[in-house]
Design a protein around this ligand. Sequence first.
Ligand SMILES: [Zn+2]
Length: 249
Amino acid sequence: MKTPNKHLKGIITRCTNYKESDRIFTLISDDGIMKFIARGAKKPSSKLSGHIEPLNYVALYYRPSKSLNSVSQVESIHSFLEIKKEYNLILKAQYMMELAESLFSENDDNSSILSLLINTLRNIHNSKIPTLDILIFEFELLKHQGFGISIFDCTNCDKELERSDHYFSSNVGGFYCTTCFESKRLLDQSVKVTVGQQLILRTIARKNYKDLISLNLSEKEISNCRKLIQNSIRDIIGVQLKTVKFSDL
Ligand SMILES: [Zn+2]
């Protein structure tokens, strides 16, 4: 019996040409990360051509296979042309796709990650500070995957953190209060975080994104917050992402 075609939506992260006229591509979707072959997609007459390129959000029909799933129909829902016009935004998008891929898990529902990625990609070209959008993306992504950073309370004794500089440890994904920090002598494993940086993270944790704009943040402040989150990401996935070193994302 013929396997029925299945329908799927997702973002294409990578494409390669295969043989004379085929394309192979990777898709991140609600169903996980999947590879497909689009036969004849390189032919100009193919109805698939133009839709299969990285950073396209597509809807497709495919026939499931034990080796490579073969697509019969692909249509772009969003091509993110505004991003594709700017090299720096392309790098940012690539980084976010790679990060989402690395934190996807086989058995969990990944739909919230996918919508977070799509929403950030939809908005980033209009953003006054794109790095802030990425910081929010990184923060939310870790939270979705159960690696949320503890911002308001001491990670050791659960006491509410008072308004002062505190030390953050990416190993434990949180802050130490002054007492715990001094008693544990954790200087070499922790990074000092200013009240200002904590305020940024607290505002993101409360989802008061509009208030972030009124904080008049500098790139430097955002970048310092991102370093904390990126240390946590590095600890979680165990490797440095390829795209991180390509630019000051
Ligand atoms: Zn404590």
